[in-house]
Design a protein around this ligand. Structure first.
Ligand code: BG6
Length: 289
């Protein structure tokens, strides 16, 4: 493990296990890459990403807390909460089974966080880099009153062409369609593809989601990426498509075919509450099948 200045001079950890490598920025505790040995990288990273204090990194795994999307009570607050732009603290690095490397990072509220979200909390994020990428975020209420929150690991998967992939594991689930006035809809049976701008929060989704990328290269044939999870009731599916990609300053106009967000979350109707002293852990494992 090494900490060196990454893009924009932000401190970056390079994690090397016997079977994979990963990169994590302290800024946002942001995993920007995971590459199993002999395979192409699993994460999409935008070439237009910012790497500066106060702005989120575009691609990889932004962490989202304590609200998902815009803050409904105050739209001037940053979208997706504030932890993706905070400098996290590196707490420990340990080696586990078969040489997997576990990196633990923590975050407590600073004065600015207390101003926009006056709650007392402690966050810990553990990234285990081995044959799979395991990520676990725990939230503890360290204050003296309950609070409600949303959270997500906003994972950007690299795909060869979004127009050819299929997504399995969400059949029959209700989703909030942000492209259609937040209408609640039901996902039909069977796998599905993406044919336009997509922004959906699927509710009550315990199952593993598998993305099949027929033209994606993998040493085992067509690429299949599985996202499995615990402590997460929601799954967000997002691709900006053409117009939204063009409208985002930190995303290349032609990059939209190369990514798909499958986000492990507790959002909207699946928001969580914690009593004083209570903790909740949400975890996700990203694996190449
Ligand atoms: C997704 C949201 O999770 O993130 C979208 O569902 C949003 O609505 C997207 O556009 C990107 O958000 P941001 O704040 O990183 O540009």
């Amino acid at each position: 493990l090494e900490i060196t200045p990454g893009e924009g001079g932000l401190p970056r950890l390079t994690v090397i296990s016997p079977v994979s490598t990963a990169e994590i920025y302290l800024h946002g505790a942001h995993v920007t890459q995971f590459t199993p040995r002999g395979e192409p990288p699993l994460m999409f990273m935008s070439r237009k990403s910012h790497y500066v204090d106060g702005k989120p990194i575009r691609g990889g795994v932004p962490l989202i807390f304590p609200w998902f999307g815009p803050n409904l009570a105050d739209p001037k607050l940053p979208a997706h909460g504030f932890i993706r732009t905070r400098a996290w603290k590196l707490e420990s690095v340990t080696r586990g089974e078969q040489g997997a490397v576990a990196v633990r990072l923590t975050l407590a509220p600073d004065a600015q966080a207390r101003e926009i979200w006056p709650r007392e909390f402690a966050l810990a994020f553990t990234v285990t880099v081995g044959a799979t990428l395991e990520m676990a975020m725990s939230v503890t209420n360290t204050g003296d009153r309950p609070f409600r929150f949303e959270e997500a690991m906003h994972t950007y998967l690299a795909v060869s062409d979004i127009r050819n992939i299929s997504i399995d594991g969400l059949a029959g689930r209700t989703f909030i369609d942000k492209m259609d006035h937040a209408a609640h809809k039901t996902q039909p049976s069977g796998p599905f593809g993406i044919t336009g701008e997509t922004d959906r929060v699927y509710l009550n989704t315990p199952d593993t989601v598998v993305v099949t990328d027929p033209a994606g290269s993998s040493s085992r044939g067509p690429r299949m990426i599985a996202v499995s999870k615990q402590g997460s009731a929601s799954t967000v599916v997002w691709n900006p498509w053409i117009a939204k990609a063009a409208a985002m300053a930190d995303f290349g106009d032609d990059e939209w075919p190369g990514m798909l967000c499958i986000e492990t979350a507790n959002a909207a109707d699946n928001a969580l509450s914690l009593e004083p002293g209570q903790s909740h852990t949400m975890s996700a494992t990203i694996a190449l099948l």
